[in-house]
Design a protein around this ligand. Structure first.
Ligand code: ARG
Length: 438
């Protein structure tokens, strides 16, 4: 059954029908589609375009369809052009000819636009909640292990930090991601319904009624833009790409840290897998998959940007492609946030190994230079002196704090006994603004 058979002399070719259908993927919009239709029909009732009795009967029919879909009594399958057709055909089957009045003053173009905005809105809210669970898990894990660890630049041991502070860096990143999504939510929350196909309607509809009923902040300013705008999906997918980039960086750290070379952490057995040939292997597959799926989400974003590029106003069927792309991105990001929250909550941290790496890596060399500066040496000179100390230590396999005062004085007579207290790792973190890392 089609919504548009009237002007056609021939049946649609079956291959074309299969090619054109969006029902296999847009059926997930059934809730938004039905609530959008209820808001629309009640508005038609309030404006006197339908009688209130007609509007209420249509509403009851739509509510029945929703109930039956949710209970499983009405399966979302079969050959239908899209979710909008499915619902309207069902409605007419259930309440008779009155169902044919539902689409008064509306087009599938503004209908699909309102469905997608509402769907994007609820998915965005869900992502914000998931980001909060992840940042909670990162905070808890950091608080559990306040130990020192090496901080890196160029992946070379650089200066001491704390594990807690390291986790907080990711908390900052994912909190920014949540703010970006909140901002996208504000921008997207405008009501496109009432734009009809592209040019509004001759019926005296009232867009403020559907705006309020569907919890939008205002109606979209321009009808042409209302049915053509997919910016909000692109914006959310950009935000999701940044989330994936952050998750991928976190995963890369965990993959490295869980290797035999680092041994900083152990990923819980429940989130690792084994090898079919090498019995000793425990692989960080969850993290590798998240890192891998990052490319997929970037791909979805690039696909939609490319789909939209060059489209003339207003609606074009190209835009149906927004759905598989957006759905794939949001499903992927949501699954990745869920698994990473579990990986982090169950992570074991080997504080002893981290501390040993700090002690072996000259991570207090900068602070030795700071000591010389505090005692009157210019920083550049201090840098050169400590560089020579490091070579000396490397040749002897010793740490700077293991040198005697005599040996240190051989490099600069500014060294006093107080140097040992100054460059002790616990003390370092209590000096200057490093205190923020504790
Ligand atoms: N399935 C379509 C989509 O997702 C719905 C809108 C159809 N509009 C039209 N004029 N054929 O974009």
């Amino acid at each position: 059954m089609k919504l548009w058979g009237g002007r056609f002399r021939k049946e649609e070719n079956r291959v074309m029908e299969d090619f054109n259908t969006s029902f296999p993927f847009d059926h997930r919009l059934y809730r938004e589609d039905i609530s959008g239709s209820i808001a629309h029909v009640m508005m038609l009732g309030s404006c006197g375009i339908l009688t209130m009795d007609e509007a209420s009967q249509i509403r009851a029919g739509l509510e029945g369809i929703l109930r039956d879909i949710e209970s499983g009594a009405l399966p979302l399958d079969g050959q239908h052009e899209d979710i909008h057709t499915f619902v309207e055909v069902q409605l007419t089957e259930r309440i008779g000819d009155l169902g044919k009045k539902l689409h008064t003053g509306r087009s599938r173009n503004d209908q699909v636009a309102v469905d997608m905005r509402m769907y994007a809105r609820s998915q965005a809210e869900n992502l914000i909640a998931q980001l909060k669970s992840l940042t909670d898990a990162l905070t808890t894990k950091g608080d559990e292990y306040p130990c020192i660890m090496p901080g890196y630049t160029h992946l070379q041991r650089a200066q001491a930090v704390t594990f807690r502070y390291y986790m907080q860096a990711y908390v900052s990143m994912f909190s920014r991601d949540a703010k970006r999504i909140s901002s996208a939510l504000q921008i997207l929350n405008e009501n496109p319904l009432g734009a009809a196909a592209l040019a509004g309607t001759t019926h005296a509809i009232d867009r403020t009624i559907t705006t309020e009923a569907l919890h939008f902040t205002k109606p979209v300013d321009n009808f042409l833009d209302a049915v053509s705008d997919r910016d909000y999906l692109i914006e959310l997918m950009s935000d999701m790409s940044i989330i994936m980039m952050h998750l991928s960086r976190l995963c890369e750290e965990l993959i490295l840290w869980s290797s035999q070379e680092f041994r900083f952490v152990s990923i819980d057995d429940a989130y690792a897998t084994g090898s079919s040939i090498m019995p000793q292997k425990k692989n960080p597959d969850a993290c590798e998959l998240v890192r891998g799926k990052t490319g997929r989400v970037y791909g979805d974003l690039t696909a939609l940007l490319t789909t939209m590029k060059g489209l003339p106003l207003a609606y074009n069927k190209d835009m149906q492609e927004d759905k598989p792309q957006f759905f794939d991105a949001v499903d992927t990001v949501s699954a990745c946030l869920e698994i990473m929250t579990l990986v982090i909550s169950t992570l074991k941290v080997h504080a002893d190994v981290m501390e040993q790496s700090v002690r072996k890596g000259f991570l207090n060399a900068t602070e030795v230079a700071d000591y010389l500066v505090a005692h009157g040496c210019a920083f550049r000179d201090a840098h050169a002196i400590v560089g020579r100390i490091v070579i000396f230590c490397e040749d002897q396999g010793r740490a700077i704090e293991e040198l005697t005062l005599e040996e240190l004085k051989g490099f600069s007579d500014l060294f006093e006994d107080s140097i040992y207290e100054y460059i002790d790792y616990q003390n370092i973190l209590r000096k200057g603004n490093k205190r923020e890392m504790l």
